[in-house]
Design a protein around this ligand. Structure first.
Ligand code: TMP
Length: 243
């Protein structure tokens, strides 16, 4: 497989010359073929917000609406991403600074975007991703104290203009969520953090949702499963349509 870095130097130079010549040909008609782009949906939330159960519901809803859905997750989604996930969630013997943690999240994300997310969106599919960059703002920003401006700089470098079209934020009070999550398996590196850490994560998520109400929809996940599914269904109907 030939990566971007392996393009021979003379090809790159030729491409560049071509681009410059084109730029001077104002009389040439420019044909813009706009491919229908897919929809990028992300799911977010603190611990024990029922993300996995709700992800299955969202997937089913979209498939019933006749859409092709690619389900993926972060950190993860590629072979590299899953290995990075293993380090970040289970590397308890390692020292990982907040900055390294953030950069590893973005390293996994760069690979995920190039190999999974962009190709699927370009093919008109719906990408349903369990966590994305809002989690970096919430956990590494709010939780660990990395300034949002620093995250934003790397976000635009790694993602270009790629942002989710819709983000469902599953919201439960911190303590109730942690109780729910605590009933599951042994805590990972994040789950071991303090209640104060998760209170900051929670506050950051809500602040982001308040500043981008069109993209980020808060789902009250403390309600019954049936009510949660109703909330999800009405957002999907509005944003994705169909059904
Ligand atoms: P989860 O997918 O089971 O929720 O686990 C992923 C963990 O990784 C979760 O504790 C949140 C954390 N995380 C970050 O801290 N930053 C990120 O950018 C992402 C995607 C996840």
């Amino acid at each position: 497989q030939q990566g971007r870095d392996q393009i021979p130097a003379e090809r790159k130079a030729a491409d560049f010359r071509g681009a410059r010549q084109d730029a001077h040909c104002h009389d040439k008609p420019v044909i813009n073929i706009v491919m229908p782009r897919g929809i990028f949906i992300t799911l977010e939330g603190g611990e024990g917000a029922g993300k996995s159960t709700n992800l299955a519901f969202v997937r089913k809803w979209l498939e019933r609406a006749g859409r092709e859905v690619v389900v993926t997750r972060e950190p993860g989604g590629t072979e590299l991403g899953e290995r990075v996930r293993d380090i970040l969630l289970h590397g308890r013997e390692l020292h990982i600074s907040a900055e390294s943690e953030m950069l590893l999240m973005f390293a996994a994300r760069a690979e995920h975007i190039a190999r999974v997310i962009r190709p699927a969106l370009d093919a008109g599919k719906i990408v349903l991703c369990d966590r994305f960059t809002d989690a970096t703002y919430a956990y590494q920003g709010g939780g660990r104290g990395i300034p949002a401006a620093r995250i934003a700089a790397i976000e635009s470098w790694v993602q270009g203009d790629l942002r989710p079209d819709l983000t469902l934020l599953f919201d439960v009070p911190v303590e109730a969520g942690r109780r729910r999550a605590g009933l599951r398996s042994e805590p990972d590196r994040f789950e071991q953090e303090s209640n104060e850490f998760f209170a900051r994560v929670h506050a950051t998520y809500l602040a982001r949702a308040a500043s981008e109400p069109g993209r980020m929809r808060v789902i009250d996940a403390s309600q019954s499963l049936e009510k949660v599914e109703q909330q999800i269904g009405s957002v999907l109907k509005e944003v994705v349509g169909g059904r």
